[in-house]
Write a protein that binds this ligand. Structure first.
Ligand code: NAD
Ligand code: UD1
Length: 345
């Protein structure tokens, strides 16, 4: 199949590109590089021995996108492009609505124009808001607590409206839990600019000696060890879930939401202990007050993905940490430029 990946040079898109290429699909990467690097292309080639097409452009350039869909006879789109930092979205909501919501409208116009009707969307478990029960299944009430989350929620609603308007659309919103880790080669992975906001890249940099110590945000949550619990999922498992969703969509017109998680929650201290095993080094940390907006625990009911897609996550926390460590060592940091409009740290 010819598949166009918006945001395909980014962390998750690049791993999905690898799995798609290895499964025999043709891949067109469409990315403005506002949060990724041109060198990712060579790394994807190095891993797969195949050369995806790369188009450097913004998803809001509807004409360019339309031309790309036509020229490459695209049959399905995977939509990763967007801004994703929660704190930044509070400070710069216009950039978030423009990139994420307006960008998606532009993509949908281009797809309608060219008759491309299959779409896999990068959703997020953030649309469940404060968990009312655990594990989180797809029927859990939806809400958003910040502009980033609201863009994800608006997009899901927009996609659902679209599928009601025309039964030819096939749309699946994959709600990711906490993607971490890297490709086993260590050639592609998550490399945020500046001081990471998220736990795994922060830990990797402490282990590498680039940051002094990890701040553990609170140890007084109602969890087994008092620290926050999350459903960390290996990015390669996540990538395989996309390929399964693409195949499934061929038989399923309509709109669907499906969780991609492991169903298993781990605490911050579990993560620290496992990373220490993976890297064989000390990992200094300090308990500090809770981070505003954090919930105690969040993990998926991954049953629907298994029932519908026949997919489940297979890689464990040690593989997540070991691959993140390998990527950290191969790549170091400071790889990316800092020209992304509206990105802080
Ligand atoms: P990322 O920033 O690494 O990748 C996003 C890519 O999109 C980048 O390469 C960036 O350059 C590109 N991009 C951004 N705006 C664009 C635009 N207007 N036009 C063209 N390209 C643009 O992020 P990621 O972690 O790979 O996330 C991919 C998607 O998954 C995002 O939509 C994100 O919200 C969603 N998601 C990510 C996580 C996570 O923890 N990483 C969790 C839940 C959902
Ligand atoms: C965050 C976002 C979420 C987004 C996800 C993936 C917030 C409130 N939520 O989720 O919307 O989808 O990232 O990008 O930002 N922790 C520490 N020290 C650190 C960093 C994190 O103790 O330096 C803890 C957190 O308190 C949490 C856990 O580690 O318990 C995971 O944090 P993080 O990786 O930031 O992910 P989320 O907060 O789950």
């Amino acid at each position: 199949m010819n598949v166009l990946l918006t945001g395909g040079m980014g962390y998750i898109g690049s791993h999905v590109a690898v799995v798609l290429l290895q499964a025999g699909h043709r891949v067109i990467l469409y990315d403005n590089l506002c949060n990724s690097e041109a060198s990712v292309l060579a790394r994807i080639e190095q891993i797969t021995g195949k050369t995806p097409t790369f188009i450097q452009a913004d998803i809001r350039a509807t004409k360019t996108l339309t031309d790309a869909l036509k020229q490459h006879a695209v049959e399905a789109v995977m939509h990763f492009a967007g801004l994703k930092a929660v704190g930044e979205s509070v400070e710069k909501p216009i950039e978030y609505y423009a990139n994420n919501v307006e960008g998606t409208v532009s993509l949908l116009e281009a797809m309608r124009e060219t008759g491309v009707r299959s779409l896999v969307f990068s959703g997020s478990a953030t649309v469940y808001g404060e968990p009312q029960y655990l594990p989180l299944d797809e029927a859990h009430p939806l809400s958003a607590t910040n502009p980033y989350g609201r863009t994800k929620l608006h997009i899901e609603e927009m996609l659902r409206d679209l599928s009601v308007s025309n039964p030819l659309w096939r749309i699946v919103c994959l709600r990711y839990f906490n993607p971490v880790g890297a490709h086993e080669s260590g050639l592609i992975g998550e490399n945020p600019v500046g001081i990471p906001n998220n736990l795994m890249p922060y830990i990797a940099r402490v282990a590498a000696g680039e940051l002094k110590e990890l701040s553990v945000f609170g140890n007084d949550y109602p969890t087994p060890d008092g620290t926050g619990v999350r459903d960390y999922i290996h990015v390669m498992d996540l990538a395989e879930g996309h390929v399964a969703a693409l195949a499934w969509l061929a038989e399923h017109p309509g709109w669907y939401a499906i969780n991609l998680g492991t169903g298993q929650g781990y605490s911050v201290l579990d993560m620290v202990a496992t990373f220490v095993r993976a890297c064989g080094r000390d990992l200094p940390y300090r308990i500090v007050p809770r981070r505003a907006g954090d919930v105690a625990a969040c993990y998926a009911d991954p049953g629907k993905a298994l029932r519908e897609l026949g997919w489940r996550a297979r890689r464990d926390l040690l593989e997540m940490c070991a691959s993140a460590w390998k990527f950290q060592n191969r790549t170091g940091t400071g790889l990316l430029g800092s020209d992304c409009e509206g990105r802080l740290s």
